[in-house]
Design a protein around this ligand. Sequence first.
Ligand code: FAD
Length: 474
Amino acid sequence: APVIVWFREDFRLSDNAALSAAARDGAPILCITILEPEPRQGAAHDWWRDGAIRALEAALQEKGGRLHVLRGKAEDIVPALAKACKAASVHWNRRYDPAGRAIDTTIKTQLKSTGTEAHSFPGALLHEPWTIRTQADKPFQVFTPFWRAARKYGDPRPSLPAPDTLTFAPLPKTDQFHCLNQDEFGLLPVAPDWATGFRETWKPGEKAAHEHLSLFVEDTLRGYSEERDYPAAEACSRLSPYLRFGHVTPAQLWHAAMQADAPAQNRDKFLAELGWREFAWSILFEQANVATRSLRPEFDALPWRTDPKGLKAWQSGRTGYPLVDAGMRELWHTGWTHNRVRMVVASFLVKHLLLDWREGERWFADTLVDHDPASNPMNWQWNAGTGVDAAPFFRIMNPVLQSEKFDADGEYIRRWVPELHRVPAGMIHAPWAADQETLKGCGVVLGRNYPHPIIEHKLARERALSVWKTFRGA
Ligand code: FAD
């Protein structure tokens, strides 16, 4: 009897516990993935998912098999398919969001009632999210003690090689299951095709992920802790979408970093970033509504502004603050932007424009190729100061100082804001403060080909602090 291996957010053959266990049993394997209607994913996520499916399909074909892509509710498809092909068992790697877990539990119960075994395996995290808890057996609320406890808990399990040989089972021949061909996925943009920059920047798939990882551990990791905050430098791993789609596992990253010839402080800093990802998942594991409710609920009463024009200016990178605009345009063009820049643009939306952090969370969810239902809301709430970790609301980033510090010569800005490409470093961070005739000589007329700042920093800061004080007083 065949074993069904259901690929979900784990588009890879190596370090895939569900697949390896099926291969060990020697039974023929029916590989499936399901385009589920819920949760609705963002457009950038869908773009990557299309590539992830194609890459896994190609990898399985090399082994003589194929990936069957089905559409519908997993609760309807998986038990029916198991019955139709008389499967001995269904294997999957766990997902940890509460909605996904609920679906998986329902499916497990359905399968058991019909005599099919269901086996779930650890997948996308260094440690299962219920293992790192406080002494009182509660989830951690603050990162530092969380990470200390996780490090004490030990190294993640060794990662598994890809199975050498696989034998495959076909999809049962019935009209009940329609295996989608590649033009039926419906995941790519039709018109307009906004994904040109995505195609130029990324190559989804396990092979590309490992090429990225090798380059990173052999080279970039050596200077990671000093250089990672500078967006113009190629100083971070850019592995986030590969992790999101499970082309690599954090355990593979962990072991690769541990074996790398890199100073310990760089390695530890990198591992701690993986720790933030774990921390985010430990929050979502307990709190289904982390993207819709402030973790400190009193913040939901904060009088956020309504400002469609301001929101649009932020989304399209036309705020008049060059670093903010560069980040938002990079995000739109490539589906990714640098962590430091994410922090600056998030602070700008929430503190300068006083717009609800959920507006930003939603925009990122639609535009990021690495959009992650745990990391995105956790980081938005951290930057907004609404309850994750100890970050306070009154910490307001100055976008000009951030720009001067992290993009001192303006290289990153010039890359993404071509209107400013002739503006020298001394003027590029705050063009409105420059001598306007000189600026004109560099091809920039504020209000004509580059916007005036949509709000003045000092005013924005005072407004945010005053709202905060009134809100606290109430
Ligand atoms: P590296 O610096 O190479 O770090 C390695 C890995 O560690 C990353 O790939 C990522 O998996 C993890 N990591 C690093 N920083 C963080 C962090 N602050 N929180 C959680 N994990 C982290 N990351 C996402 O993966 N998905 C998101 O949807 C997401 N939304 C964000 C929203 C905001 C407002 C902010 C400020 C940050 C967000 N991040 C998100 C975190 C971080 O910006 C990205 O993980 C990072 O920029 C990815 O680039 P990298 O792979 O080169 O990171």
